[in-house]
Design a protein around this ligand. Structure first.
Ligand code: NAP
Length: 483
């Protein structure tokens, strides 16, 4: 299978925070890979912008190092030098007036103009305002904003209002990099491009759905930020919620930005408030070998969760009665993100009770090894009567795509190219983000009011035992967390 690369229109992309961690680890290496694939046209220009004084040559050195360190692919040195010719830098203070005229001087007429806000959200308003007042942005320009998009409904509304003062909603690209993953888009292709699954995709045939985003990393190194956020704000409100929407939404009439986003919004609005008996919060504890969460964040009394598991109900005709179980955490046993659709047992076993129960499971792996597995029941080969066994029908994208698999862009690079194309389908709309906070806020407030203390769990485990018990009480079991 050959992946086709369609070059985008010539563009000027300004990365505010061009010297920061996200730019160095994700954005710049990703752009380099798009350049190598031929998707970035000759005339494209990338301009780094931050306060640090640096000339073009200094920034190019930084970009060269970042590309080498953070995986720019196997491309030849020659390609890297050609890419760097398209990269430049301007020292700009988001809160002052220095550098803005010079930055404007670098932009060229007749190109797509995009501004990536890879800076703290507190600077979004300052940058948006100056882009307009210094005349860098017009009604066709695009702005890309990073998470976190607020820390509650009130702050998200304020951020939306700030951006709306300067840009129309059609110009604003709120990134959730989970939406840029190949598998996530494949989920829509599988659901809406095949006849096979959609008739079964409802409470009549689906017993429950599990969405797991497990990380092995702990919070050391970013404890200060994390402790003000926690798993609920950092992961559930955005990434898990987006995955839930894509699994649960009705088929949009067209694969167009607002048609898709309207359907996602309806799912969020159909979520029931979560009963506190149906949530387990956890925090990894210290052991003989390593410090725990509280040491990592420098607060011996912290009650922020590094793990959360919950049962969520989508109250609509399609899903009433089918629970969605969400689970995410740090310092877990393996790095693994997956969505699993567990179908109901066959209504009657013609093979008798000894054949056991065999539910079909469609597992969609987001990382590592993006792909899908469908567990089906067959006869165990060989003599000895009708013994049933479950086997996986496995589709690894790397294998399915063969040698072109390396060409599959990672989430960030795909999303940046979508910005240049002006396609907002995989970006969150302002009302979606607000609806997600409106559902999340009461859960967090409930914890605060009750003085809830997360359950300790062992680093490298599956999370607190209570999470397993929560499903056990409902006659179900979490899928194993494995890489
Ligand atoms: P970072 O490493 O602290 O970088 C911040 C950048 O902003 C630096 O380039 C800094 O450069 C620049 N900056 C700070 N104050 C400025 C000002 N007044 N005017 C102009 N530039 C200024 O942060 P980061 O980790 O890259 O994160 C950037 C954004 O992405 C944040 O909103 C973060 O939440 C989000 N994000 C990051 C990650 C990640 O993996 N890092 C993942 C998801 C989301 P100077 O100091 O030279 O100005």
């Amino acid at each position: 299978m050959v992946s086709r690369v369609i070059p985008v229109d010539p563009f000027d992309l300004v990365i505010f925070g061009g010297t920061g961690d996200l730019a160095r680890r994700k954005i710049l290496p990703g752009l380099f890979r798009r350049f190598c694939s031929g998707q970035m046209p000759e005339e494209a220009q990338i301009i780094g912008a931050a306060r640090s004084e640096m000339d073009d040559a200094g920034f190019r050195d930084m970009v060269r190092e970042a590309v080498v360190e953070f995986g720019g692919g196997q491309a030849a040195e020659e390609m890297l030098e050609q890419f760097l010719e398209r990269v430049s830098y301007e020292a700009v203070d988001a809160k002052g007036s220095g550098g803005w005229e010079a930055l404007k001087g670098r932009l060229r007429a007749g190109r797509v103009r995009a501004f990536y806000f890879s800076v703290a959200p507190a600077l979004f308003g300052d940058i948006a305002e100056r882009l307009r007042s210094f005349g860098l942005a017009d009604d066709d320009s695009r702005v890309v904003v990073e998470k976190p998009f607020g820390k509650d409904l009130e702050s998200a509304r304020a951020l939306n209002a700030t951006l709306a003062r300067h840009f129309d909603e059609t110009q604003i690209y709120r990134i959730d990099h989970y939406l840029g993953k190949e598998t996530v888009q494949n989920l829509m292709a599988v659901r809406f491009g095949n006849m096979l699954f959609e008739p079964l995709w409802n409470a009549q045939y689906v017993d429950h759905i599990q969405i797991t985003v497990a990380e092995t990393v702990d919070v050391s190194g970013r404890g200060g930020y994390y402790d003000t956020s926690g798993a609920m704000r950092d992961m559930v409100q955005n990434h898990l919620m987006q995955l839930l929407c894509l699994i649960a939404m009705e088929p949009p009439a067209r694969f167009e930005p607002d048609a898709v986003r309207d359907e996602k919004l309806k799912v969020i609005r159909a979520l029931d408030p979560v009963d506190w008996h149906h949530i387990v919060r956890g925090q990894y504890a210290a052991d003989d070998n390593q410090p725990g969460y509280r040491a990592h964040v420098g607060d011996p009394r912290s009650t922020t969760e590094s793990f959360v598991a919950m049962k969520v109900n989508v109250s609509n005709w399609r899903w009433a009665g089918t629970p969605f179980y969400l689970r995410t955490g740090k310092a877990l046993k393996a790095r693994s993100s997956e969505i699993a659709v567990i179908f109901k047992d066959a209504p009657h076993s013609i093979f008798g009770p000894e054949a056991g129960k065999h539910a079909n499971v469609l597992a969609i792996r987001l990382q590592p090894n993006e792909g899908m597995t469908l567990k089906v029941t067959i006869k165990e080969p060989g003599p000895g009567g009708m013994r049933l066994v479950d086997v996986p029908l496995d589709m690894s994208f790397a294998e399915a795509l063969g040698p072109d698999a390396e060409e599959v862009p990672d989430a960030y690079e795909r999303l940046i190219m979508d910005v240049i194309r002006g396609n907002q389908t995989l970006f969150m709309r302002g009302d979606e983000v607000e609806a997600a906070w409106a559902w999340t806020d009461p859960i967090i407030e409930g914890w605060q009011q009750r003085g809830d203390v997360p359950k300790p769990y062992e680093a490298g485990s599956n999370g607190p035992e209570d999470a397993a018990m929560m499903l056990h009480r409902q006659g179900r079991k979490w899928r194993e967390i494995k890489a």
